[in-house]
Design a protein around this ligand. Sequence first.
Ligand code: NAI
Ligand code: MG
Length: 351
Amino acid sequence: MKNFKIDLIPGDGIGVDVIREGRRLLDQIAGISGISFEYNELPWSCEYYLKHGKMMPDDGLSILSDCDAILLGAVGFPGVPDHISLRQLLLPIRVQFDEYVNIRPVKMLPGLSSPLKNECMDFVCIRENSEGEYCGKGEWRNEGKADETVMQQSIFTRKGTERILRYALEYAKKTGRDNVISATKSNALNYSMVFWDKIFEEVRKDYPQITSSKMHVDALAGYFIMHPERLQVVVASNLFGDILTDLGSAMLGSIGISPSGNINPEGKYPSMFEPIHGSAPDIAGQGIANPMGTFWAISLMLEHLGCHAEAALVLEAMKRVLQEGKHLTRDIGGNATTTEMTDAIIDALRI
Ligand code: NAI
Ligand code: MG
């Protein structure tokens, strides 16, 4: 019997609901397979911040360091500035655990309904997850004065840029995809993106079998809408990847569907899995959040842990419930609650 230690961080808002349901799903998987899960549920959240003045304890990262994987709901809630909640919890985990790959599939599942006429989409976004625009460096000068000025830095290192571009090309090669598009904006960002493009040129030479090209991120956003069927692998910096993947999920019909894997490819630290959505304060506490983003993240997590059959089982159960169409949450056109949709997916797992 394989046993995995999973650290759960439900976080805030609907994060709490979707992780509660995610845990039920994991229990069900354990019940029907040869694997088991041991959970360590951590209360780190905005509520924790209001009590303790920090989003996680000082030894938070060392608490997480011995688990097999982290499953996170969402962090951020009105009452605590978003830059504090994000920068004191989510970003330190991604950066300190060197989870430099953020992998986000955009795949139309049967039963979903896209707002686009063209529903043919099955591609993967690979987002740089450890530096770039989210490095957190900058300066705030002359606050409140007439010449008040802020500077927000981006940091792109050769190591950080090369490894993510190589990962994307390598991923394409391994998964039998023959096209990689790199998101740039080197017409306006005359240091960071010129450098990004230069490294892309160097790395792509090692992959002559893959058609690779760059596209300005604004044009690429349009391309997502106009020609989603042509996309296979998209590689992007931290900020661009963040924006493009909410767009990708909306193309599937809801922000609540898509998953995200924050991967430390070397396996030196635990990787973290989460839905791409946030804490959705507008629907928090109503029990109507779509749990599918979390379930899909669980599928990615199982894949990462080497449980390929179980990972596939979760996706199959989701597809079955989507196609049946009777237990859908409101964001994708139904009126089921989060728990009702989970019940249906758990039932579908048993079939
Ligand atoms: P959001 O993703 O929370 O919500 C955007 C819209 O999508 C809302 O209308 C919401 O109701 C809807 N939505 C999101 N997830 C849904 C689901 N599972 N089912 C049904 N509808 C869903 O983004 P927003 O409003 O920009 O951020 C809210 C808070 O979440 C902020 O504090 C933000 O900083 C935080 N956030 C945290 C993230 C994380 O923990 N990884 C990611 C994005 C935002
Ligand atoms: Mg985002």
